[in-house]
Write a protein that binds this ligand. Structure first.
Ligand SMILES: *Cc1c(COP(=O)(O)O)cnc(C)c1O
Length: 375
C-alpha cells in the first residue's frame, strides 16, 4: 500500500537531540527554541515568533492575545480544521462561518464581507493547501473597522501572497509542524506576530502569564505574574527535531514541489476531459506543494475512486466535514447554508504526497487515477 503521507527526516535529528541531552537544559525556551524562533524572525522579517506545542496551541494563544471574549464575533471558514474554530470558541466568542469560493476551497472574500457586523472582532483566514486567501481586500475590510486578522497558515510555510510570506500578512499568523505538514517535528507550531503591542502580550502569555522572557533578557530583575497565560512552549527535544528540518527547508520544499508539479502535468488531461478539477493557483500566489487534490463531480464518484485506489494499493484521503454542519456546531449555527464548503467536504480527494515519494510509486498512483476514468 502506498501511504498517504510519510514524514521526512533529514538525518540530523538524533545529533541535535543528543546536543539537548548534553546541554542539560531539556525544558522549553533554551538554545534550540531560540534558534528556531530567530530563524523565522529573520527569514520572514517578523517582530516576534513564538514556538508552540502545536498550531492548535498557537491559535489558542492568538485568541488569548487578541483578548477575544463573549459577545465578540469571529468570522472563519466552515471548510477548515476544528482547531481554528475551537481556539475562539474556547474564549466564548460567537463563530460566524463563511463559505468557500466556487473555484477554490479558500474562504471567498464576498462571503466574509457579507458577515461583518458591529460585533466582529476577528477574521481568521485559513490558507488551504498553502494557497493564499485573497488578502488585500480582507485586510482593507478589517483595517477600516478595526478588526484583527489572524492567519491559520498551518499549511502555508514558505508560500507567498504578492511576494509576502503567509502568516505575516495579518496581525498574527500560525504555522504547524505536525507530522503531516511540509516541515515536521511530530507535533509543533509557531505563532508569528506582526504587531509590537500584541507581541509583548503574547510573549507574556506564552510564558504562563509571567515576564520570565524579559527576566532572561536582563530587562527585569525578577519575574512574576503579570497577565493571563498558559503553557505553550514545547520542550527542547521537539525544537531540536524542528531545527534538523529547518536546516534542510529549501531542499525539502524543492522535492515536494517536484512531486506536486509531476501530478499537475500528468493529470491535466483529466481536467481537460471534464473528469475532475485540479488545484487552481491564482497568479498572485506562490504555493508550497502542501496538498495535491482532485475535486470530483459528486460524493458517489469520490467514494468509488477512493475504493478503486485502495484496491490498487493507493491510500487517498478526504478531509474537513463542514464545521457549520458538525454535530457540535449545527445546533449553534445561525447562518444559512454554505454550499461550496459542503461541496468540498463531499467531493475533494487528496492524493499521497511527501518529499520522498518516488517516481515509480507516483506513476502507479497517476495510472490508477487515470485508469478509473478510462483515460
Ligand atoms: C494541521 C492544521 C491545523 C492544526 O495543526 P496542529 O499543529 O496539528 O495543531 C490547523 N489548521 C489547519 C488548516 C491545519 O491543516
Amino acid at each position: 500500500m502506498i501511504p498517504f503521507n510519510r514524514p521526512h527526516f533529514t538525518g540530523r535529528e538524533l545529533e541535535f537531540i543528543q546536543e539537548v541531552f548534553e546541554s542539560g537544559r531539556t525544558a522549553g525556551n533554551f538554545a534550540f527554541t531560540r534558534r528556531c524562533q530567530a530563524y523565522f524572525e529573520r527569514r520572514y522579517g517578523l517582530g516576534k515568533a513564538l514556538l508552540t506545542t502545536s498550531c492548535t496551541d498557537a491559535l489558542e494563544l492568538a485568541a488569548l492575545a487578541c483578548g477575544i471574549g463573549p459577545g465578540d464575533e469571529v468570522i472563519l471558514a466552515s471548510y477548515g480544521f476544528v482547531s481554528t474554530a475551537n481556539a475562539f470558541a474556547l474564549r466564548g466568542a460567537g463563530l460566524v462561518f463563511a463559505d468557500s469560493g466556487p473555484d477554490h476551497p479558500n474562504m471567498a472574500v464576498a462571503s466574509i464581507a457579507d458577515r461583518v457586523t458591529e460585533a466582529t472582532r476577528a477574521i481568521v483566514v485559513t490558507h488551504y493547501a498553502g494557497v493564499a486567501v485573497d488578502m488585500d481586500p480582507v485586510l482593507a475590510l478589517a483595517e477600516a473597522r478595526g478588526i484583527q486578522v489572524i492567519e491559520d497558515a498551518a499549511q502555508g510555510i514558505e508560500a507567498t501572497y504578492k511576494g509576502r510570506p503567509l502568516g505575516t500578512l495579518g496581525h498574527l499568523g500560525a504555522l504547524s509542524f505536525h507530522e503531516t505538514k511540509n516541515i515536521q517535528c511530530g507535533e509543533g507550531g509557531l505563532l508569528m506576530i506582526n504587531d509590537g503591542e500584541l507581541a509583548a502580550r503574547a510573549e507574556i502569555m506564552w510564558e504562563k502569564g509571567t515576564n520570565r522572557a524579559a527576566f532572561f533578557r536582563g530587562e527585569v530583575d525578577k519575574y512574576t505574574w503579570v497577565d493571563l497565560g498558559s503553557s505553550f512552549s514545547p520542550p527542547e527535544i521537539t525544537a531540536a527535531v524542528l531545527w534538523a528540518q529547518l536546516v534542510d527547508l529549501e531542499a525539502i520544499q524543492r522535492r515536494r514541489m517536484a512531486v506536486w508539479n509531476r501530478y499537475h502535468a500528468a493529470l491535466a488531461p483529466l481536467e481537460a476531459a471534464g473528469h475532475a478539477s485540479l488545484p487552481h493557483v491564482p497568479a498572485q500566489c506562490v504555493h508550497n506543494g502542501h496538498i495535491y487534490y482532485l475535486v470530483l463531480d459528486s460524493l458517489a464518484t469520490r467514494t468509488r475512486l477512493t475504493e478503486h485506489l485502495k484496491a490498487k494499493g493507493v491510500n487517498a484521503v478526504f478531509h474537513y466535514q463542514s464545521l457549520h454542519r458538525s454535530p457540535y456546531f449545527a445546533p449553534r449555527h445561525l447562518g444559512g447554508p454554505l454550499p461550496n464548503s459542503d461541496r468540498y467536504s463531499d467531493c475533494l480527494l487528496r492524493l499521497p504526497l511527501w518529499p520522498d515519494l518516488g517516481p515509480a510509486d507516483q506513476d502507479a498512483i497517476i495510472g490508477a487515477v487515470a485508469g478509473f476514468f478510462g483515460a
